[in-house]
Design a binder for this molecule. Structure first.
Ligand code: HEM
Length: 478
């Protein structure tokens, strides 16, 4: 026992010496008991954290109960943590709510960095790669053409397209995952969208962060949010279980279930089970639906603000493709469209604060000591609005990504980076490209005649950054 006490004391002394030899992190004054909790209740957290970055620099700390959070606001420091020192910061915060909804961390997005998690992510990654090679292009084309038909049927009336974008995005994922697509009016799809909406909204809410930081709050009113969140996860799980398909080898679940059999017989016994397969499909639906749909809604809204950009993308599509629909391989021949996509990923990274990371060992960022268990928040929105990198960071200027425009995609990180890089990055890139190209080839988006104000571009920030509802008219191109 004496030996253990000695070792404990030595460890503390070592940490003290290490931390005191480095400068201490700047940050807003921390209040008694609640620390900087109030900073996290701001209605547009990414903008607020970016503003704090202007005051305290590209890296600063926030205290929340016993947890110390470090917010990273520039591409340089985010890269240092997520890519260069990926193995130090690949963890996820140990979270009360996260633990409940992930069945003890057995999903990819919330699971901590363990051997089990690595095997899980590897398996799902290879399943996604395989399905992408086999069928992704066709799956997206089919949904894009379906979306075209839906928009044609509106016959130039003023409509809110967000639900149609969500249907298109979720059908891409359900086709990849289960080999199934759903009709907009089907009760299953409506239930699915209801759950996804609730999950995304609640994850970002301050109730949930409060609950994770202050165990004493885990009582009635606040627990209700957790209850609703768990219920939504449960409904989503039920949806995935019903749709899961072992027979269809072309679908991700079929491939995963078979991969599981091989995995169990060749590697450490029961490392992965069918619960992991099931949790992976929940992850893909949450990660892949609201993000892509929100991004499309943002793009149409920004184009209403600058109609001439829409015209130049349309003219480029006509000139280069001579009437046919584009393929993803055409992207290098379509610089105007590509610059629009890059600018939208910069201005509205739809997962603006990524997903919080956790230091799994003592480390450092930008010369500051970062002790084990510190929660690290990559403020991607902040990095994409850094005035040192982006002149006029809040302006919508796709031309900055065109030749001679000065902007470089090297400084874009909408999908995060390193060990936790968005698992659906390649799916998302093809999806955003094809959906945008198909929509702008066939339609001109205009403001409804009786509408005098353009869509509000501030947005509502939760885990996903969404635009407030607006109406638009889709006029078919000749
Ligand atoms: C994680 C962005 C679409 C699945 C993430 C993260 C970001 C992100 C920033 C967090 C990375 C981190 O923790 O550092 C986006 C954007 C998308 C998009 C901007 C589209 C516009 C998708 C799609 C899928 C997907 C289509 C599924 C096919 C996931 C999963 C994770 C994730 C499973 C968790 C990865 C992990 O924890 O290891 N995404 N995503 N995402 N994304 Fe995406």
């Amino acid at each position: 026992d004496k030996k253990r006490v000695k070792i404990g004391l030595l460890q503390h002394l070592y940490q003290f010496v290490r931390s005191s030899s480095k400068p201490s992190l700047p940050g807003p004054p921390s209040r008694f008991l609640i620390g900087n909790m109030m900073e996290l209740t701001h209605d547009h957290l990414p903008i607020h954290l970016t503003d704090l970055g202007q005051r305290y620099g590209s890296i600063y700390r926030l205290k929340c109960g016993k947890t110390t959070m470090v917010v990273l606001n520039s591409c340089e420091v985010i890269r240092e943590a997520l890519v260069k020192k990926w193995s130090d910061f690949a963890g996820r915060p140990i979270s009360y709510t996260g633990d409940i909804v992930s069945g003890g961390g057995r999903n990819i997005s919330l699971g901590d960095y363990t051997e089990e998690w690595r095997a899980h992510r590897r398996l799902v990654h290879s399943a996604l790669q395989r399905c992408c090679q086999r069928s992704l292009h066709g799956v997206i084309e089919r949904q894009a053409l379906h979306l075209r038909k839906v928009l044609m049927d509106y016959q130039e009336s003023a409509v809110d397209l967000s639900e149609d974008f969500t249907v298109a995005a979720s059908n891409v994922i359900t086709t990849l995952a289960f080999g199934k697509e759903y009709d907009k009016t089907s009760p299953e799809l409506q239930e699915l969208h209801h759950c996804l909406n609730k999950i995304v909204a609640l994850w970002g809410s301050s109730w949930i962060s409060a609950l994770d930081s202050f165990p004493l709050l885990r009582v009635n009113a606040v627990s209700k949010s957790v209850y609703v969140l768990c219920l939504s996860y449960f409904c989503l799980s039920t949806f995935c279980l019903q749709a899961q398909n072992k027979i269809n080898e072309d679908a991700i679940t079929g491939f995963l279930l078979q991969g599981l059999d091989k995995h169990q017989s060749t590697e450490n016994g029961e490392l992965l089970t069918d619960v992991h397969v099931h949790m992976a499909t929940v992850d893909l639906l949450i990660g892949g639906t609201e993000t892509a749909a929100a991004w499309l809604s943002w793009t149409v809204a920004f184009l209403l603000h600058r109609p001439e950009v829409q015209t130049s993308v349309y003219e480029e599509l006509c000139r280069v493709l001579e009437g046919r629909y584009p393929k993803y391989s055409d992207r290098h021949r379509l610089p105007v469209l590509s610059s629009l996509i890059s600018e939208m990923l910069r201005l509205r990274p739809v997962a603006p604060l990524a997903v919080p990371h956790r230091a799994i060992r003592d480390s450092s960022i930008a010369g500051y000591f970062i002790p084990k268990n510190t929660v690290v928040i990559p403020n991607l929105f902040g990095a994409h609005h850094d005035p040192a990198v982006w002149p006029e960071p809040y302006s919508f200027k796709p031309e900055r990504f065109q030749e001679g425009g000065g902007g470089s995609t090297r400084f874009l990180m909408p999908f995060g980076g390193g060990a936790r890089l968005c698992l659906g990055e390649s799916v998302a890139k093809i999806e955003l490209f094809l959906f945008t190209a198909y929509l702008l080839r066939d339609f001109q988006f205009v403001l409804p005649q009786n509408e005098c104000s353009l869509p509000d571009l501030r947005g509502v920030a939760s885990v996903v950054l969404k635009i407030k509802a607006y109406k638009v008219v889709a006029c078919p191109r000749p």
